[in-house]
Design a protein around this ligand. Structure first.
Ligand SMILES: [Zn+2]
Length: 148
């Protein structure tokens, strides 16, 4: 199945919200199929219902703001100096890669990602969080969502 640019873009918006509400900065994996997606972050506790509602609210707020999703290339060294390791997920970019493609939603999320993405957050459509699950032993939180 072809990757859905809306779902990949939604993952970036969701990462920003999860970082803001839970302080969970490290993505351990992502999954996308059709109009559904799942984000897994390193997080050892069970979030409250209120926190998850806040995350969903923030995601849809950023979508409504119709922010641009920028993509640009940068030398790896320069990107690390300017943005820090926040650009990386837990699965590392191999050391031989010297030039990175950075995806940025200004003041919200910055991540090393090749996409594909839509051009603005407004193109994503509304997202609904379907369920979440904490795996205490692995200190991971899964958040599943659908684009409506
Ligand atoms: Zn992406």
């Amino acid at each position: 199945m072809k990757p859905n640019p809306k779902v990949d873009s939604a993952l970036h918006v969701l990462k920003g919200a999860v970082q803001k509400v839970l302080g969970a900065e490290l993505t351990t994996s992502v999954f996308a199929e059709g109009n559904k997606g799942r984000l897994t972050v390193e997080y050892g506790e069970k979030p409250t219902q209120e926190q998850m509602e806040e995350i969903e609210k923030l995601v849809n707020q950023i979508i409504e703001e119709n922010l641009s999703i920028e993509m640009f290339e940068m030398d790896r060294e320069e990107a690390e100096k300017e943005f820090g390791t926040i650009i990386y997920d837990k699965f590392p970019v191999p050391s031989y890669v010297k030039r990175l493609t950075i995806t940025r939603i200004k003041d919200w999320n910055i991540n090393c990602c090749l996409g594909p993405h839509v051009k603005t957050t407004g193109e994503i459509g509304r997202i609904k969080i379907l369920k979440w699950r904490v795996r205490q032993s692995r200190k991971e939180l899964d958040i599943s969502f659908v684009i409506e």
